[in-house]
Design a binder for this molecule. Structure first.
Ligand SMILES: Cc1cc2nc3c(=O)[nH]c(=O)nc-3n(C[C@H](O)[C@H](O)[C@H](O)COP(=O)(O)OP(=O)(O)OC[C@H]3O[C@@H](n4cnc5c(N)ncnc54)[C@H](O)[C@@H]3O)c2cc1C
Length: 536
């Protein structure tokens, strides 16, 4: 593909969103000589602000109301009517500015499933591997170092049947325990968060052929009025700049949506691309009836536990404790033959000495379980045809009855590890949940709990419904696939039935990956850049 010399507008490409994926696409297109405009609703962050860049302060940056979109879920019927804070960052860097920096590619079997079972040609692990390696080299990945507490956690995991895994990112299976990798770099004596924005674009935002406009809130995508032979062509965008002025910008080649799993479907819907009935009810002109826009919203579910420390824990320079643990609830699991979604739980440990973390007046650590590959799916929809209104976010957690069983299994595993003898020197007493094991005559444990429930499973089910939280691994709302009924984009990330419009961000992931979602967002950015390079 060569830059167009007969351009009539200032920009060949317009990219919406400068989060994890957008900057990778922007840098690639600009380096190929195209003129690119990248619009980001948020502003820049101070490259010297330790509250942003010091990995230990990741709770602090989440408190910043300027960069938080402030989305809340609808009442979650299966979480006892609770509404959850669905965090999303609004700034140059997107969610990589306030995420927890754990780096996980996401499981080789996940990507092979996309290619082999969903027809997403070119998305198998072997195709993506060089792209993972390339983004990792540019963004910078740090392998966490173990310490006495981490070793005790790993021993507890081993006592519960989880083997040591030399490398969860490059081994065929993630199953087992090994220190986490992080999107962190060592800067002199201190550590610093890395983001694709800083590494691909640079803090000063100076890249030849690339114009970055922060504070630009995109309302909708525009389409060529003339629908020749039913052809629909995206040709520009309407946005509000940081001074509140409404602006229109047209494009020579393509509009690229990289606004993340909540905002990308929202912008499509506001632009008239989505389920016909929903759009017509809100008085939005239907440009393209695409039923899958905003459907298939997926998030892992977080199951918390917390324990008062018996002794001071080693300092945790990475934010999270570096004890990476991935596990399966499949009784027939064969580590030699991993298949899609065999590994479906990840344990993340955090300590209360991190600035901004929830305090209870006494030091504690939490052993959180992320239940992954759940079956429930939710939606992103609109409440009004006003683009300034927040979208309706309904994750629909635990709507599939299979999921609560998996969550109970996952929480039991976390509790068994937490209460293992290997952690006796570190654990004092539990804060959450208030369940504890006592030795059983003849060996083993009996669980006891403070509650009226008759069985332990019943107790855990109520506990999960009362305390489960989002893990902020949103994907799937503009999912990739081969047909326009069940998916939004084709495997080359073009919106079905529309020319000049692609989605390149976490929202295109058709099924959950096995792990945290920044890695997959980076690789989607790199794959999108590769596809754009190859087209025409
Ligand atoms: C609190 C938190 C912790 C997390 N921890 C981890 C972790 O430890 N490890 C991990 O791998 N993943 C983690 N994640 C998830 C990961 O960061 C995201 O999956 C990833 O950043 C998604 O990338 P993206 O490019 O799809 O979207 P984003 O990074 O969200 O970027 C989208 C960008 O688009 C902009 N935008 C949205 N709407 C508009 C509009 N209308 N006009 C203009 N711009 C717009 C947004 O402001 C944002 O900057 C975490 C997420 C959160 C919220």
């Amino acid at each position: 593909m060569k830059p167009n010399k007969t351009n009539i507008h200032p920009y060949d490409y317009i990219i919406i969103g400068a989060g994890a994926s957008g900057p990778i696409v922007a840098k690639s297109l600009a380096s190929d000589g195209y003129s690119v405009l990248m619009l980001e609703a948020g502003l820049g962050v101070d490259p010297e602000d330790d509250d942003v860049w010091d990995p230990q302060r990741w709770f602090k940056v989440q408190e910043d109301p300027v960069i938080e979109w402030g989305y809340r879920s609808t009442k979650q019927e299966n979480l006892n009517g609770r509404t959850l804070n669905m965090m999303q960052s609004r700034c140059l860097g997107g969610c990589t500015i306030h995420n927890a920096m754990v780096y996980v590619r996401g499981g080789q079997t996940t990507y092979n499933y996309w290619e082999q079972s969903l027809g997403c040609t070119g998305w198998g692990y072997d195709d993506l591997k060089p792209l993972f390696e390339g983004t990792e080299q540019t963004i910078g990945i740090l392998k966490g170092e173990s310490d006495a507490f981490v070793e005790a956690v790993f021993q507890a995991a081993k006592n519960n049947g989880l083997p040591y895994n030399a490398d969860y990112n490059t081994n065929p299976t993630e199953h087992g325990c090994v220190p986490f990798e992080f999107t962190i770099e060592v800067d002199g004596k201190s550590m610093r968060r890395t983001t694709s924005y800083e590494k691909y674009i640079g803090a000063k935002g100076k890249v030849k052929n690339l114009t970055i406009e922060p504070g630009a809130f995109v309302h909708r995508i525009l389409f060529a009025k003339e629908k020749r032979a039913g052809k629909i062509q995206a040709n520009g965008i309407r946005y509000q700049n940081r001074f509140g002025d409404l602006k229109t910008e047209y494009v020579n080649k393509e509009v690229i949506l990289s606004a993340g799993s909540i905002a990308s479907p929202k912008i499509l819907l506001q632009s008239g691309v989505g389920p016909r009935d929903d759009l017509e009810k809100l008085g939005i002109e239907v440009i393209k009836d695409l039923p899958a826009v905003g459907k298939n919203f997926y998030d892992d579910l977080g199951l918390p536990t917390a324990f008062i420390q018996k002794q001071t824990l080693p300092r945790q320079p990475y934010g999270f404790v570096t004890s990476g643990i991935f596990a399966t609830d499949k009784p027939d699991f064969d580590p030699q033959k991993p298949r899609y979604a065999d590994v479906n739980m990840e344990i993340q440990i955090c300590t209360s000495d991190l600035p901004g973390s929830p305090q209870i007046g006494i030091p504690y650590y939490s052993i959180g379980m992320a239940a992954m590959h759940l079956k429930s799916r939710g939606t992103i929809s609109l409440s009004s045809n006003d683009p300034r209104e927040a979208p309706v976010v309904d994750p629909n957690y635990l709507s599939n009855p299979e999921d609560i069983k998996q969550c109970i299994f996952a929480l039991k595993l976390a509790l068994n590890i937490a209460w293992d003898v290997a952690l006796e020197d570190w654990r004092c007493f539990p804060v959450l949940p208030t369940a504890f094991p006592l030795p059983k005559a003849g060996g083993g444990w009996d669980w006891h709990w403070l509650g009226i429930e008759k069985t332990f499973d019943e107790y855990l089910e109520n506990y999960i419904r009362n305390t489960a939280v989002t893990i902020q691994h949103y994907i799937g709302t503009c999912s990739m696939g081969t047909d326009a009924q069940s998916s939004v984009v084709s495997p080359d990330l073009k919106v079905h039935g529309i020319s000049g419009l692609r989605v390149i961000d976490a929202s295109v992931a058709p099924t959950p990956i096995t792990g945290n979602t920044a890695g997959v967002s980076y690789v989607i950015g790199a794959k999108g850049a590769q596809l754009l390079k190859a087209s025409k």
